[in-house]
Design a protein around this ligand. Structure first.
Ligand code: PEP
Ligand code: MN
Length: 449
């Protein structure tokens, strides 16, 4: 039986159109935008309501310390890089990190990619200057091109259709990899193939051998391994472009309720989380689990107001706060926020983004971060929760499965001279494959306490 939506609920989904919406592109043609969004609205959903519901339940567990979220992927996915190799390497990296965390902390790890839709970026500067020439900033492949020419930087609504198609092909491969055998826990060794020469990989290899032994023991004892063959891998992106997100919001026929079907999990960025703004309004009306980034200027009043607006019924797993305070600020700012929410707010899943508060420009002009500073923010996150008596629920990182040189330090000790070797990101710097594994080993120890 199909349940129809309440007409008032349907009307509400367009309420954001009358509200201030920050960080929206100046599309080259309103007519084209209308045609594109009408077309998008006819496309099949990319994810299903039942999957979003399952994720909500898992995030509820993370809020209670019964699971831990690992969310990772590019700052900005690009169409050109959405290749099979790239996607496989990212999935493999996240699966390896998850194994390290699961084994190290004896906790179920919720696996989520900043993948299959992370194509739009908010920008602090709307213009970019190079050698005296000024052009509109790159806003992600969903909006304009990265090439520094006036033509490429014009926001083109047709890119929203490409975003949908790229998201669909990416998600298809994610589903194939995670349900088709690649993610089978009995293949932990294979994910590491070719990478055993450095310390993080050696350490992973030793852990994989332990897991192998445990699996063989259980097999000999007659255990059933169906649970090891597949993994649930969720998609997520910043819900930035409201025309796209609205077109992908559909009514679930089982319940008559709206779900954003462009990803399982959507988050509102630090720059677009105005309490009376369009982003908060649209996401307040969908049933997906959602997140909000909270920077170092967030007051307890703001956090509580966001909770009231986005999770008025206090449903566990519905709302995740992703804090990105900066390693230098987190110990001073976060504990008060945690205590205030614990005292007056409803359940929330607290996740640490140790990336976005720690970005700086190297003398040679690369946007970078220091591995030890990133790790220190995670440590500050755990310390703050310890102090407030609250639960650290997850980690949100920018990473790639490849051997890029974008973040300083780590076991390979990437220095400023090395940044130029493989600096490939179009927006923010990412942990490379090895740094990601190192991070997982370090966080597993923090989780163990
Ligand atoms: C991001 O996650 O890439 C981002 C822009 O983060 P924030 O909104 O926290 O600055
Ligand atoms: Mn980023």
């Amino acid at each position: 039986m199909t349940i129809e939506a309440d007409p008032a609920v349907l009307r509400g989904l367009d309420n954001w159109r009358d509200l201030p919406a920050s960080q929206q592109p100046e599309w080259r043609s309103a007519e084209e935008l209308r045609a594109v969004t009408e077309e998008l609205a006819t496309y099949p959903p990319l994810v299903f309501a039942g999957e979003a519901d399952k994720l909500r339940e898992e995030l509820a567990k993370a809020s209670r310390g019964e699971a831990f979220l690992l969310q990772g992927g590019d700052c900005a996915e690009t169409f050109a890089e959405s290749t099979a190799d790239n996607i496989r390497n990212k999935i493999r990296t996240i699966l390896q990190m998850a194994v390290v965390l699961t084994y190290g902390a004896s906790l179920p790890i919720i696996k989520m990619g900043r993948m299959a839709g992370q194509y739009a970026k908010p920008r602090s500067n709307t213009m970019e200057e190079r050698d005296g020439v000024e052009l509109p900033a790159y806003r992600g492949d969903a909006v304009n091109g990265h090439a520094f020419t006036p033509e490429s930087r014009v926001p083109d609504p047709n890119r929203l259709l490409s975003s949908y198609h790229r998201s669909a092909t990416t998600l298809n491969l994610i589903r194939a990899f995670t349900w088709g055998g690649f993610a089978d826990l009995r293949r932990v060794h294979e994910w590491n193939r070719g990478f055993t020469s450095n310390p993080a990989y050696k350490r992973y290899e030793a852990l994989a051998a332990e897991i192998d032994r445990a699996v063989r023991f259980m097999a000999a004892a007659g255990a059933d391994f169906d649970a090891l063959k597949t993994v649930d891998f969720y998609s997520s992106h910043e819900a930035l472009l409201l025309d796209y997100e609205r077109a992908m919001t559909r009514i679930d026929s089982r319940t008559g309720l709206p779900y954003n079907t462009s990803a399982h999990f959507l988050w509102i960025g630090e720059r677009t989380r105005e309490i009376d703004g369009a982003h908060v309004d649209l996401l307040s009306r969908v049933r997906n689990p959602i997140g909000v980034k909270l920077g170092p200027t967030t007051t307890p009043e703001t956090a509580l107001a966001l909770q009231e607006r986005l999770n008025p019924d206090g449903e566990p797993g519905r709302l995740t706060f992703i804090t990105r305070m900066g390693a230098g600020r987190i110990r001073e700012v976060l504990p008060d926020l945690l205590s205030a929410v614990a005292r007056e707010g409803s359940p929330v899943t607290w996740v640490c983004d140790p990336m976005h508060g720690n970005t700086f420009a190297s003398p040679s002009g690369y946007k970078t971060r220091r591995f030890d500073v990133v790790l220190d923010e995670v440590r500050g996150f755990f310390e703050s929760h310890e102090q407030a008596g609250t639960v650290p629920g997850g980690l949100h990182v920018e990473l790639t499965g490849d051997d890029v040189t974008e973040i300083l330090g780590g076991g390979e000790d990437i220095d400023e001279g090395a940044l130029s070797r493989r600096y490939e990101t179009l927006v923010d710097p990412r942990l490379n494959h090895q740094q990601s594994l190192e991070m997982a080993f370090a966080v597993a120890e923090m989780l163990r306490g």
